[in-house]
Ligand binder design. Structure first.
Ligand SMILES: NC(=O)c1ccc[n+]([C@@H]2O[C@H](COP(=O)([O-])OP(=O)(O)OC[C@H]3O[C@@H](n4cnc5c(N)ncnc54)[C@H](OP(=O)(O)O)[C@@H]3O)[C@@H](O)[C@H]2O)c1
Length: 281
């Protein structure tokens, strides 16, 4: 843990590597995306998390092309949106994302949420597996799946459906630790990404955070990203503010001790984003 850097990686079930922190671009305006992603790359990020729904895949890919960093050193994620579930729509969605980005391959494609019913979920998975086999996608995974959705997919894969769940992405922070899902992923060799790791800024003045920011002389954002990393998650902090890009990940020179990690176990279930995990269709 002490030796991690922004360019450290974990190995995925697919055999490919994923940088341990990613830069989020949800709600980053299309016109502002290229510049802030370039700033993130200059700062040392090598991993960027976009989605079809964010409407900024194109400018994110432009930053990848303009960065001067070898494509193989960068990690680009996109996600199939909820209105594109099912084999045919998802296949067309992928085609549209390749056209929009001009990239030869995607490092990771996730199913954004488990909506649409079993047939649609497994149809989307089949489209991802097909693209993976064709070498267009390196790793595939899911987002916002509940354990029941993960079980459904695992069963399908084990019965010959193909592919492997390399990554899962959920809202995770001290007010929403999702231990059941994280445990499932650990047992099934799925790397867990944490979205809204800064709790979208709304917990900045929580007393427990204030105590830790004072103790470590770090910002609330740095404490939260560090918490995520020490939990073995891949945090995806977002900012569209250039002056926050570097400081938010100035987190490799301190370690929260065991007692402080315990202080951050709130036991709360308080999402700040949507929560499709509990959908039962
Ligand atoms: N799979 C999914 O369903 C899903 C859902 C949500 C998010 N995500 C992914 O996860 C990423 C992160 O999640 P998120 O964007 O919801 O939330 P987040 O990273 O927890 O927080 C982002 C918010 O915090 C603010 N912020 C950032 N640094 C700050 C600082 N140092 N001080 C004060 N405020 C600060 C940002 O404002 P400014 O931008 O104005 O600086 C923005 O409003 C997303 O960008 C996306 O890639 C995925």
């Amino acid at each position: 843990m002490a030796n991690l850097t922004l360019q450290s990686t974990y190995i995925l079930a697919s055999g490919f590597r994923i940088p341990v922190v990613g830069f989020g671009v949800y709600q980053t305006a299309r016109a502002a995306t290229e510049a802030v992603v370039l700033k993130a790359f200059e700062t040392g990020y090598r991993h960027v998390d976009s989605a079809r729904a964010y409407r900024n895949e194109g400018p994110t890919a432009d930053a990848i092309k303009k960065s001067g960093i070898p494509r193989s050193d960068l990690f680009f994620t996109t996600k199939i949106r909820t209105s594109e579930m099912g084999y045919g729509p998802s296949k067309r969605a992928l085609e549209s994302s390749f056209k929009e980005t001009g990239l030869d391959y995607f490092d990771l494609v996730l199913i954004h949420a488990p909506y649409g019913g079993r047939e649609a979920r497994l149809g989307t998975w089949r489209a991802l597996v097909e693209a993976q086999k064709a070498g267009k996608i390196r790793s595939i995974g899911v987002s916002n799946y509940g354990v029941h959705h993960l079980e459904e997919l695992d069963e399908y894969i084990k019965s010959g459906g193909g592919g492997e769940i390399s990554v899962g992405q959920w809202e995770i922070h001290p007010w929403l630790a999702r231990e059941d899902i994280v445990d499932w992923c650990r047992k099934h060799n799925v790397v867990v990404e944490a979205y809204s790791p800064l709790v979208q800024g709304v917990r900045a003045n929580e007393p427990v955070l204030t105590a830790l920011t004072k103790k470590y002389n770090k910002s609330f954002a740095q404490v939260l990203v560090r918490w995520s990393l020490q939990k073995g998650l891949v945090p995806l902090p977002k900012t569209a503010t250039h002056s926050r890009v570097g400081p938010n990940i100035d987190i490799f020179d301190f370690e929260l001790n065991e007692e402080d990690m315990k202080m951050l176990e709130t036991g709360e279930y308080a999402p700040v984003c949507w929560d499709p995990v509990k959908s039962f269709d």
